[in-house]
Every structure is written in structure tokens, then in C-alpha cells.
Write a protein that binds this ligand. Sequence first.
Ligand code: ARG
Length: 577
Amino acid sequence: MNIQALLSDKVSQALIAAGAPADCEPQVRQSAKVQFGDYQANGVMAIAKKLGMPPRQLAEQAVAHLDLAGIAGKVEIAGPGFINIFLDPAFLAQHIDRAVQSDRVGIAPVARPQTIVIDYSAPNVAKEMHVGHLRSTIIGDASVRTQEFLGHKVIRANHVGDWGTQFGMLIAYLEKQQNENAGDMALADLEGFYREAKKTYDEDQSFAERARSYVVKLQGGDEYCRQMWRKLVDITMSQNQISYQRLNVTLTRDDVMGESLYNPMLPGIVADLKAKGLAEESEGAIVVFLDEFKNKEGEPMGVIIQKKDGGYLYTTTDIACAKYRYETLHADRVLYYIDSRQHQHLMQAWTIVRKAGYVPESVALEHHMFGMMLGKDGKPFKTRAGGTVKLADLLDEALERARRLVSEKNPDMDPAELEKLANAVGIGAVKYADLSKNRTTDYVFDWDNMLAFEGNTAPYMQYAYTRVLSVFRKAGIAEADLSAVPVLEASHEIQLAVRLLQFEETLAVVARDGTPHVMCSYLYDLAGLFSGFYEHCPILNADSDAQRQSRLKLALLTAKTLKLGLDTLGIETVERM
Ligand code: ARG
């Protein structure tokens, strides 16, 4: 149950009854301090101002109309006109009981499921995945999991860079390698392959000529070139698939919707934009001038959609892509997890998309951008030698460090279990470190921080989960034997209960904004509240059997919520560590 939404509704109705307009915003929020209740309505002052009414008077009249029977135990007016709401422990107990018995911790799927296309990961063919793709992959996948849990239909779109003039060179180089019998193995080192191809292209005249002829042939649908191109894509994507699996990311080969998919649509798009009077010829190229963007001279910015030589651009592809996602995939909403440096590119593409009427305003195109991954020195994350960090190497190191860490703590653990644990902790740490930061800013990649057992980290959260489970195990009671409806009396019980029931509104925020760090903070806070509760409210030595069962239910729901929350983030949990 979404308590915040429920209270917003109720306070709204009360305000309207007190004379506020029908579209008034009660601004019901979780209270920052216990003395302000569990929720507070902050909207009264603004509404009163519009009505020309003293805010306290409006608050009093609203409270007189406010019907929170069975929900709140107490309602107070504070300061200039805040309404503080204290939830009724019996209401909380009833919902805790419902949640603990449900396999979705009481959260019903959304009433109106949407089709949501999520564009994420999007590595490039014949190139190693780099840290930018890592962020997109991890954050995008958490977003996918959250939307799917809520019951939306998610279409994963892996917008792989699998098209462009560089493919002539790559095909020619693959051919050269095959002739020289190095076979396809050379592609195991994608970075090296690309670098050598480029070098050969720059140094060898006849190679360069062949490369150029292959671009033309590939675009013309030549069978041989298509085959070689396929090989390049396949080898790259099977390597990336290994990384996805290691990362516990849900992308599969079927989710690849690369740039090449849109290529056949591009001539039609350019012709249509011309026909609509949006595009024009300028110095041989086809350009869309946008008043919304100004160049350095303060004139409307020209966005090239077709080059002088007839070639199309990244922007042209993204125009076609947005159109396709609406028209063919029937998206209600499209989320793009791409780094912030591409923001202007997307804004330009979408401005053209809207002007051309390819996607109606009712369908949101959202850039869920993120900052860069930095080294401890505050500079872009690089190897010591200054090269790009290969994803596979990064994951190897995570595993290695986690292995050391967990075997120190569990010297007697069976090797297979230890390896599983190291994997959960190591991969979890890399992912959680990224997910727990507000994605819009740069973040510093720091092994020691992310693997610490204290603070908002994966190991801490995973450990907290196992601790709650062990509390439950020690009690020796089966889940099914917990019968009584909980009784919440101690403030630690009540606070934990409120927070547990706020899982749903946390999910709603993450789903709306695509901000997994909000879930991380919530879970971290929940784990902390559980510790306080555990310290102050004895479970095994409770005063009565009813109290013991009641507390065990809180523990059980905490475990379930932690697990489910971590699931939506794509972080694995273990039973023991
Ligand atoms: N392949 C691109 C890159 O490596 C990212 C593509 C993002 N998606 C998109 N629809 N433009 O920068």
C-alpha cells in the first residue's frame, strides 16, 4: 500500500472541503523528524496564500474535514500551518500482517501497466565495453527490474553501435586476418583488433581502398559483406554476453536493437523532414535548423541529418529510433540511460522528432543521464598506464578482492560456497557502489569503500540480510506458524513498521525518476532501523508469546523487503556470510 498516496488523497479532499481548488497540491511527505509525525502536509501555506486566507485557519478547517479514522491515531497542526500525521499502530500492524503473508510484500502490480522501452548498455561493435557502458548497463538494468516488478511491460533495447563507415575497415581487416590464418581469434582482443585495423587502414593504400569499397557494398546489401559484418557483431556480442552474465544483468541476445536496425528507415526520414519543410539543403548537406538551440553566433543551430557524401549520422538514427519505438513497439514511455555528455544530442534529435510529429507529447522520451566514473585522483577512471579499463579485468579484480575478504571472515567455509559468496559480494559491490550514488553526478570508483562492511555498501546490505535471517532461524519457528496479528507498542517497533510499509512509495519514486540510489538509501535506512529495533526489543526473551511472534513478523518482513529491494537493484543475496 502506498501510504503517501493514500494520505495525499485524504488531505486533498479535506482541503477541497475547506475551500481549496480541486487541483490543490497537499504536498504530503514523509516527516523528517519523529516529533512531526510520520507524514506531514506542507502544501497548506501555498494554497492559503492563493485563497488569501490565514494558513493556520485553512489548516484548522482542513483538519476538521480530515477523515483518517483507522489510519491515523493523531493529527496536529504545527508552525504556520503544517499538518502532522501520526499513523495508528493498529493500522500499521494490520498492513504489516498483510505484507508479511504476501509473496510481493503486499505490493499489488500497477492498475494500468505501460509499455516501457528502456535503452541501456549499448556498447559498440569491435570495441571493448568501457566504464561508461558499465554505468548504463547497471543502472539501466535496475530500472528494468523495478518497472517489471511493478507490472509494466518492459522492452529492453540494446542500441548497439553496429553500423557506420568504420565497418568497411573492420571487414577488410577481419578478411586479412582470416587469410593470414589468425582466424576469428584475433577478435578476442577487441581493442587490439580495432587499433590494428585502423593502423593498417592509415598505412596501407590498397587496404584502405578495399575498406572503402566494402562500406559501399555493405550498405548495398552485398551478401559477403553482410556475412563478415554479422561475424563482427556476433563475436562482440557473445563477449559482452559473458559480461552481462557475470554482472547478473538481464540483457540477452534478443534485446539487441542496434543502429543497423534503423538504417533502412533513414532515407525516408530525410525525405519526410524535407517534405515537411523542417530540413533544407545547406552547403551540400541536409540540415534541420532549430531555433531552440543557438550556435556560438547566436543563430539557430543546424543539425546535420545527411552529410554531403550521402552518409547519415548518429542523430538521424536516433530520430528514426524514437519513431520506431513509438510506432512499432507501441511505447508509452521511453527511458534512455546514456551519459550526460550526449544530452544535447538527444535533445536535438527529440526536438526534431516532436516537430515532425513522429512521437506524440503524451509519450515521454526521458534522458536518464549519468555522470562519469572517476578514479581516486578525481580524474576519469583509467588503468595505471592511462588506458581504458577493460570490463572483464575490472570484474576479475572485484572477484579477487572479494575472495580475499570473505575467506578471511569464513576460514572454514566450503570452497564452492565461498566462491559463490565471493561472486555475490564482489560483483554486488561494484554494482551497488554505482547504484547507491545519485546517477546525475560523477562518482569516484574506490575499491576500499565499496567493499567495506560498514556504510551504504553491498557487503553491509548483504550481511544485514543474513543477520535478519539468522534472528529468525534462531527462533526456530516456521513462517507458517506465525499466527497472531502483530501488536506494535515500542517506538522502535512502530518506526520499523512505518519504514517497512514505505517500500511501495520508494519503488514508485524509483520507477518515476529512474533513481536506484533512492532504493539504496531506503534499504540502508531500513537495515539501520532493524538494528535499533533488535537492540531494544528482545525477540527470544519477549514478554509474551504474542509479542515474540509479533516481533518475528517484523523481522521476517524486514528480511523479505531487503531481499526484494536488492533484487530490484540486481544485487544478489546469500543466506550465510
Ligand atoms: N553506442 C553509444 C555509445 O557508445 C550509446 C548509444 C545510446 N543509445 C542511443 N539511443 N543513442 O556512446
